[in-house]
Design a protein around this ligand. Structure first.
Ligand SMILES: Nc1ncnc2c1ncn2[C@@H]1O[C@H](COP(=O)(O)OP(=O)(O)OP(=O)(O)O)[C@@H](O)[C@H]1O
Ligand SMILES: [Mg+2]
Length: 498
């Protein structure tokens, strides 16, 4: 549409329209001022401004350090998590290390920002320290400085659900993993001077390097054990629902040197659980045992190694007149009942492990269904196990060395323990020499096996039709009894245990 110059309003008419509009606005304003009291006016103005203000698409979460005296878990988790997200863009970081910690701890310095991404969502973090000064009327108005620390987390509003329902729980979980990783594991053993001071645990750092990656075990069995552990630690609510104590029992059995103690260390390293090594031979009374068990912490593994050596055979300790003998104060059934009962109900996330070289000699009470949840057979080294050890010790794989084929043929007919394989692999850094030595060992063993099989067949102890039992040491024969033998109490433990 076109306007001719004569259709346009003249400047004087525009000015008079503007003047009359201004006058009416002023008149209305003074009417509003007279009619509506100041507080209501302020409220109306603010509400009006609120509705016409342009909306920001950004939501900011404030994550304060504490609420009252309770610490804010999200703050603590964010602090740990963000230290893993430090980038070259950061300019100032805080570093510290306490004498007990192994690694440096990194934290953001105030004002530092971090941009994180989760599920395609951009998340902007900023660490803020707001300092304030307040006069304390109770102390002659002396100024008290305080510092309020918090994180600001900004993201687009449309991602609110993802952040609250997924991202923050993810941060809590990640922070727990990092903290667990930093935790120094402890191994608790009995204080030997307990006769005078009462029983107590002594602890040292557990620095056993065994992990599931380094452990030569049947791959399926290893997978089953790891899955069982994962299920166990995740099922707190399940245990509560079905009214069971949150504990799990494992019986590890197999010949010496097959990795029972190594498996315990691998479990502890995997779960980040402390170990309590309970040497029953050093305990005389049930009451001492109770004290010790009650002094164990949650998230721990209670280990009783060589359980067959810790209990003695004689008829259940009764005299001919049927009364209990006075010296019989520590019993296996006492131990088992206590573990099933009081001890297990006053703690959480407990694992108990018994080991033995002779499962067939164990007290049936121990093997009863429900007593030990999983029976794990640690066996002689298979070809798979050998390959893992060769890769760990010598850094070579089956494609890289011609002797692997010969070893595969020999190892399946020979009873060689992972400990023996490991020993051979350590004899030389040169893979040729180490593997040749190992082939010779296998040939010798095969020859010995063939000769002795012809001379005097040995009944297998470990239900392994193909394999014969090799016993590195002679253990005391035990049976259906619950009494500790004095000889077993004096027994010294060997160096290769945990
Ligand atoms: N399955 C395995 N995988 C990797 N290394 C092993 C394995 N078994 C044994 N070893 C090596 O042999 C050493 C001794 O093994 P370990 O003490 O775990 O055997 P064990 O079954 O507990 O023996 P024992 O019945 O005599 O207590 C370990 O330190 C480790 O180096
Ligand atoms: Mg052992």
């Amino acid at each position: 549409m076109m306007f001719s110059s004569k259709d346009m309003p003249s400047p004087s008419s525009m000015f008079s329209a503007y003047a009359s509009m201004t006058a009416s606005i002023m008149l209305m304003r003074s009417m509003v001022n007279d009619l509506i009291p100041q507080p209501i006016r302020g409220y109306l103005v603010n509400t009006f401004r609120y509705f016409i203000k342009p909306r920001s698409p950004i939501l900011t979460l404030i994550i304060e350090e504490s609420s009252g005296i309770a610490r804010n878990q999200v703050y603590d988790a964010a602090e740990v998590y963000l230290s893993t997200r430090v980038s070259p863009l950061n300019e100032r970081l805080k570093i510290f290390k306490s004498p007990k910690e192994k690694k440096l701890t990194i934290r953001l310095e105030k004002g530092e920002k971090i941009v994180d991404f989760y599920d395609g969502v951009e998340l902007k973090w900023r660490f803020i320290c707001a300092e304030s000064e307040k006069n304390n009327p109770n102390e002659n108005n002396i100024a008290i400085r305080s510092e309020k620390r918090y994180f600001e987390l900004c993201f687009h509003k449309k991602h609110k659900e993802i952040v609250l329902d997924n991202y923050l729980p993810f941060i809590l979980e990640k922070a727990k993993e990092v903290k667990d990783g930093e935790r120094t594991l402890k191994m608790h053993t009995l204080n030997t001077s307990y006769c005078y001071n009462g029983v107590k645990w002594d602890s040292i750092n557990l620095e056993h390097p065994s992990t599931f990656e380094t452990l030569a075990m049947e791959p399926e069995l290893k997978k089953a054990v790891v899955e069982d552990l994962n299920r166990f630690v995740k099922r707190k609510d399940f245990y509560k629902k079905v009214g069971r104590a949150w504990k799990r029992g494992y019986l590890l059995y197999g010949p010496p040197g097959t990795g029972k103690s190594s498996l315990i260390a691998a479990m502890a390293n995997y779960l980040k659980f402390d170990i309590y090594d309970l040497q029953l031979g050093n305990i005389v009374r049930d009451s001492d045992l109770r004290k010790l068990l009650l002094a164990t912490a949650n998230r721990s593994i209670l280990v009783i190694e060589d359980i067959d050596c810790s209990v003695d055979l004689p008829e259940r300790s009764r005299n001919s007149d049927g009364r209990k003998q006075a010296d019989v104060q520590l019993t296996l059934s006492g131990l088992l009942n206590f573990i099933d009962g009081l001890w297990s109900s006053c703690g959480d996330e407990r694992i108990i492990i018994f080991t033995t070289n002779h499962k067939e000699r164990l007290d049936p009470a121990l093997l009863r269904p429900g007593r030990m949840d999983m029976h794990i057979h640690m066996s002689y080294c298979s070809y798979d196990g050998f390959k893992l050890l060769a890769s760990n010790y010598l850094g070579i794989s089956s494609e890289e060395h011609h002797l692997f084929g010969e070893i595969e043929g020999l190892i399946e007919d020979t009873q060689v323990t992972p400990a023996q394989v490991a020993e051979e692999m350590m004899k030389s850094e040169n893979p040729d020499a180490a593997l040749e030595g190992f082939v010779n060992l296998l040939k010798r063993k095969k020859l010995e096996g063939d000769v002795s099989e012809n001379d005097a067949p040995i009944k297998p102890d470990f239900q392994q039709p193909k394999r014969r039992k090799v016993c590195r040491r002679q253990k005391k024969t035990v049976g259906i009894s619950t009494r500790l033998s004095t000889s077993s109490k004096r027994r010294t433990r060997r160096g290769n245990s945990l």
